[in-house]
Structures are given as structure tokens and as C-alpha cells.
Design a binder for this molecule. Structure first.
Ligand code: SF4
Length: 385
């Protein structure tokens, strides 16, 4: 297997959702009967990308969105088969898909199509919380979806949202313990964040409290880590917990380790190519499904914007991503990919404050630094290019 910093992944964005959740700021749309046209466009876009990447086997595919579990198994299988024909797969390649509990009847077809890792977006087990979050399923369906996924697939992750308005430490602990009791090998508990351009953002700007106060959110974060640690699911990234190294998400690790990935589908992002000192290409596909379909039909590519990152821009991004990992940022990879290193004075200062430590070639957050990950990453980026 290729080291993930040197591996290639494929992200497929399926932008449709049966209902748009009021907290969501992803590139999402209500279905408009364009599934066949979009599928054909994504397949053609992949063919174009093969010419740009050359022959490199894929370490992973991830179907995100949107709601990719709305896709039929036949469509998912066509995408996987096409990827196999274009690039082929590394041994043990991860093929992951984000599944909505509402699509429970489609889970068997999704697995039969070739998906080997399911992330079930249950978000909560409480009916009142799910209603508050504007989700289109209840707690009973969330529980059934987890059981169904685990009966079909060895690698199941459960996505949760906490730090919601009205939540207490006791209620979150009870909910988290029930989730852990299902025995899934991976858990992604995310704190609710209020994004400005969402329905929640507009309500919050009118003074409505939709998330937990900052201090309680910090307590819930610590509680989450303590309970998951005690349950044998330590965090390997700020918001991702896994039982073993094999249970970690290979595709997400590829992002955090700084590997290359292709993004296809409306609004998908990608990062390609990195030779020391030259920076790499940041790519973003056209966001609107129709614009994406038209772009692929016209130019053979759904690309909207590309930006050649400078070596120092690439360094800042690699520091931000790498420091999210529990085992930290690999300084040798950073040097090899960008020709640059971190701010050594900042490393000494943050080390003296008990927020980070260096172990061999890696710099990692200490528990006291986890909650300040973004600020600490920013301090490790030197001011001068
Ligand atoms: S289902 Fe997921 S992607 Fe779709 S609107 Fe809700 S949170 Fe966003």
C-alpha cells in the first residue's frame, strides 16, 4: 500500500438531498430529475481526470454529498467500475459512502454495488433533537439504520451532532453511551456549528440560541473524548474515533496526511500534484448541477476554478490538516512536499505551554491543545513565506 501522503483518492459528490437540513452549508440541492444526466457527466469527468493524473491506482473512493445513498446501487456500481477501469485500485482500497437512515431499504444494494464502508448519518437518537435539527428521520429509524448497516457491512461509522441547544452533559452522555453500545468500530461526533449562510445562521442572527454555549460545548468535547477513550474508541483525529488503525477512515486520513485526491460531481474539491517547492493545484468543480453537466458536455471537464497554490500556501494547508491527526503532522513529508518547515520558535513556545509535543518527525497536539487546534496550527505557520 502506498503511504497516504503519496496516495491518490477519488471524491464523488452527489448533491441531492430529499430535504435540506437547516444547519447544512454543503453544496446541496433538491432532486430535479437530472440523475441520469449527472451520472453521465460524472463518468465523463472521471475519464478526463484520468488523463491528468496518469496511471495511479486509487487508495480510496468516497461518495459524499448531499445524499449519495439516494443513488441506486446500479449507478454506484457504474461509478466504481468506471474508476476501476480508469485507475484500478490498490489492495485494501476503501470505498466509502455516506448513508441517510431514510435510505435504509437501499443499504443492501449499496453494499452489493461494491461499497465496503458505510457512514450512517444518524446525528442523534432523540426525536426532539432530530426535529430541532430539521432531520427527516426519527430516533427509531436511526437505530434500525445502524443495525441494518452493521448487519451488511464490517466497516460502519456513525455520524453524530452534539452541542445542540438545550443539551446537557447528562443527556449527551446517555445518548453517546447508547450509540457506543451498538459496537460500531468508528464514530464521528461533530459539534454543531452555526454557519452564516444557512437557515440556522439566519435564525441565530435574530438572537435565537441553537447551539450550546461555548463553555458547555468545550465540556461536551472533553466528555466525548473521555467516554470514547474508556470505550476503546480513541480519537485519531479531532472529531473521529476508531477502535483500531484498520478501522480508521483511509479516505479521510488521505486528506489529513496530504495525499492527492480528485473531486468529481458538482462543487467537489480536489488537490493534485506536489513537487517540492512548486505548490499544488487546488481544484473546484462547477457548483450547480446543471452548470456542471453543461461544463462536462462542452469542455469534457466539470472544473470551475483552479488555483496553483504556492509552496507556502500548501504548507499552511498541510499544517492545518496534519495537526488534526492524533499522531500529528509529519515534518519529513512537509519538507519533501513543500521544501519548507514549521515555525520552530512557535513550536518551542507551544511546547512549553503543554499544548503540543514533537515525537520523532511528528508534531502533535497534546490533550490540552485539542480544543485550540486551528489556532495552534495557525501559530505553527511562519509569518514569512
Ligand atoms: S442530509 Fe446531509 S448533506 Fe443533505 S442537507 Fe442534510 S446535512 Fe446537508
Amino acid at each position: 500500500m502506498t503511504a497516504l501522503a503519496d496516495a491518490l483518492g477519488l471524491y464523488v459528490h452527489w448533491p441531492y438531498c430529499a430535504r435540506i437540513c437547516p444547519y447544512c452549508d454543503f453544496n446541496v440541492y433538491r432532486p430535479r430529475g437530472q440523475d441520469d444526466a449527472l451520472l453521465d457527466a460524472i463518468l465523463a469527468d472521471m475519464t478526463g481526470w484520468r488523463q491528468r493524473t496518469g496511471a495511479r491506482p486509487l487508495a480510496s473512493i468516497h461518495f459524499g454529498g448531499g445524499t449519495p445513498s439516494l443513488m441506486t446501487g446500479a449507478r454506484i456500481n457504474r461509478l466504481i467500475e468506471h474508476a476501476d477501469q480508469l485507475w484500478g485500485f490498490e489492495d485494501g482500497a476503501e470505498i466509502g459512502l455516506e448513508a441517510n437512515p431514510n435510505n435504509i431499504d437501499n443499504f443492501a444494494d449499496i453494499i452489493a454495488a461494491g461499497v465496503n464502508r458505510l457512514s450512517v448519518g444518524v446525528q442523534s437518537l432523540e426525536d426532539a433533537a432530530l426535529s430541532q435539527l430539521g432531520r427527516d428521520h426519527d430516533g427509531a429509524l436511526a437505530r434500525r439504520a445502524i443495525e441494518r448497516a452493521m448487519s451488511l457491512c464490517d466497516r460502519v461509522s456513525i455520524d453524530m451532532i452534539y452541542a445542540r441547544a438545550g443539551q446537557t452533559a447528562a443527556s449527551w452522555e446517555a445518548e453517546l453511551r447508547e450509540i457506543l453500545a451498538f459496537g460500531a468500530s468508528h464514530l464521528s461526533p461533530y459539534q454543531l456549528t452555526i454557519e452564516a449562510k444557512t437557515a440556522f445562521g439566519r435564525r441565530a442572527s435574530r438572537g435565537e440560541q441553537l447551539d450550546s454555549p461555548v463553555e458547555l460545548a468545550a465540556d461536551l468535547f472533553d466528555l466525548t473524548h473521555d467516554i470514547c477513550d474508556a470505550h476503546g474508541l480513541p480519537a485519531y483525529e479531532i472529531s473521529n474515533h476508531a477502535r483500531t488503525v484498520q478501522d480508521q477512515s483511509r479516505h479521510n486520513r488521505l486528506y489529513w496526511e496530504g495525499g492527492d485526491w480528485i473531486g468529481v460531481g458538482p462543487g467537489a474539491h480536489g488537490r493534485i500534484g506536489s513537487a517540492a517547492g512548486t505548490g499544488r493545484l487546488a481544484c473546484e468543480a462547477r457548483a450547480q448541477p446543471k452548470a456542471y453537466i453543461d461544463a462536462v458536455a462542452g469542455a469534457g471537464s466539470g472544473l470551475g476554478a483552479t488555483e496553483q497554490l504556492s509552496a507556502s500556501d500548501e504548507r499552511a494547508e498541510r499544517i492545518l490538516m496534519g495537526m488534526r491527526l492524533d499522531d500529528g503532522l509529519d515534518l519529513e513529508v512537509l519538507q519533501r512536499k513543500t521544501g519548507l518547515t514549521i515555525d520552530i520558535d512557535a513550536l518551542d513556545r507551544l511546547g512549553a505551554q503543554g499544548l503540543v509535543e514533537q515525537r520523532g518527525a511528528r508534531v502533535r497536539l497534546l490533550p490540552a491543545g485539542r480544543i485550540f487546534a486551528d489556532r495552534i496550527s495557525g501559530e505553527l505557520v511562519p509569518d514569512t513565506p
